[in-house]
Write a protein that binds this ligand. Sequence first.
Ligand code: PEP
Ligand code: MG
Length: 568
Amino acid sequence: MDDHKSWQGIGVSTGKAVGRVWRLIPTLFAEAKQTKKDAVDIAREMEHLAVAAELTRRDIARSQEQLRTDKGDEYADIFAAHALILDDPSFLPEAEKVIQNGVIAVDAVSQVGEEAAALLEEIEDEYFRERAADVRAVMGQIIRHLLGAGKPFDEAFPVEGSYIVAADEMTPAETIALPKQRVLGFLVRKGGKTSHAAILARTYGIPAVLGLAISWEEMETLQYVRLDGDTGIVDVLDETQYLAGSKQQSTIEQFDEAEVSPLLQSMTLAANIGSPSELPIAKKFFAQGVGLYRTEFLFMGDSLPSEDDQTEAYRSVIATCAPHTTVIRTLDIGGDKQAPALNLPKEQNPFLGVRALRLCFARPDIFHTQLRAIWRASCAGPTAVMFPMVTTIEELCQAKAALEAARQAVIADGYSVGDIAVGMMIEVPSAALIAKHLAKEVDFFSIGTNDLTQYTLAVDRENSSLNQLNQPYHPAVLQLIVTISQAAHAAGIWTGICGEAGGDPILTPFFAALGIDELSMAPGQLPKVRKKLTSLHFDPGEKEELVSSILDCATQDEVRALLSRYGD
Ligand code: PEP
Ligand code: MG
């Protein structure tokens, strides 16, 4: 193999890592052939399957418990999905039928599991394709037990040293069970930005590259690598290069309060969270509040959360963040985020359909309940609310009216309420272009660069083959951000960035030059952005010059070249 070989994957969790490779043995036994033998002892195979299933059930419960202890109930839901797969009538009972036809248990499980996973993969939706990974995770664990190799993967991890974990596909159980303080990075052949491994890597601040187009055989030859979780580039190293590089390796930088710089003081660095259980991680990285609380994760279970459930969740986040502010985003269901309990009709273009605020207007009962819960929780500390996917002023006014109606209803019911700052997300180009009018109606803007990029560049944010195009560095996206920020300044309201670009240190100098007031990001990104801000210095007039140079750029490459002057 060429010593200088590089591969391009998808960088899904920021940071660089240099290290020895430890391979996670694939859970997928695709090569297991269906065998029909006269000599199969059907009763014995049935018994083996029952034992392996029971051991897998215990594994799932153990992982679930560990995750609950580490991070709280919401995360443990990942394993609830595994338990459901194990109990699904189309899984083990089907495998039993295959065994009855004279097939050994390993092959029966492999056949039924693969068929189910393949069906999910056929669905044109990344969410379902990633659920195929869950089916394979459960199937792999049963097979491990059937083969007598059901040793948990965390026990297989070397007892000493730090490693880059290379895998065909990472299951949530595997990601959680590994000793993350000794995991330098993740290198995974399958998956993209929204896979569980990517979300967990970002949450823990571990650099990760997924979607790497190499064969498992090639992966098996890797000894040492350098990976860049921002660019997605993976370099194969020899031992000498590794020894030289590992001296400079950095994983998570710690925050030294002594290093606080004026630029750092002028910006709030907040965390994006999806549930109260992520707050300890946000605190660990010194988040100054929550700039985006994605409440829709509460709505993704089998039933809708009650007003009391919601009040409790919001209250716990607000109280934990105080004296910092919690920005609660109202429901953003639709697009890629589905809520089975709502049983919504399938749309042809869900990202352009009845999503977010549009859905809330179609289901005022759900919206009203959520707004009531937010008001009831607002006494616990500084609270702000923001509406997603605003496209017109009329929508914004309708949402504000609903918020006021909920306030009055809650007060009439005898609850006390706090003060709530009212803001909106800007993630649709139309809203960016009329920002000066919208600014008169709100206390703040929060720019959702994920959707703003998607809608400006007409690029599906879920489609990993369009990753090169799906970048916030496109000058058109940055021009819209300048328009929004200038409108906010003129109206005297504050502006934040809460899309993934907020946690991208390449863009930090641009946001600082523009006078963006808050950057909110996945907690694992906070140290990088903080470090960038600490080292950043602008000469007089340099901020204005940088913004006008960005406005003059014609391409992403020109933008990147300009920003590279401020270091990586
Ligand atoms: C965004 O679009 O940038 C955003 C923060 O919202 P979400 O990623 O939840 O759509
Ligand atoms: Mg969005």
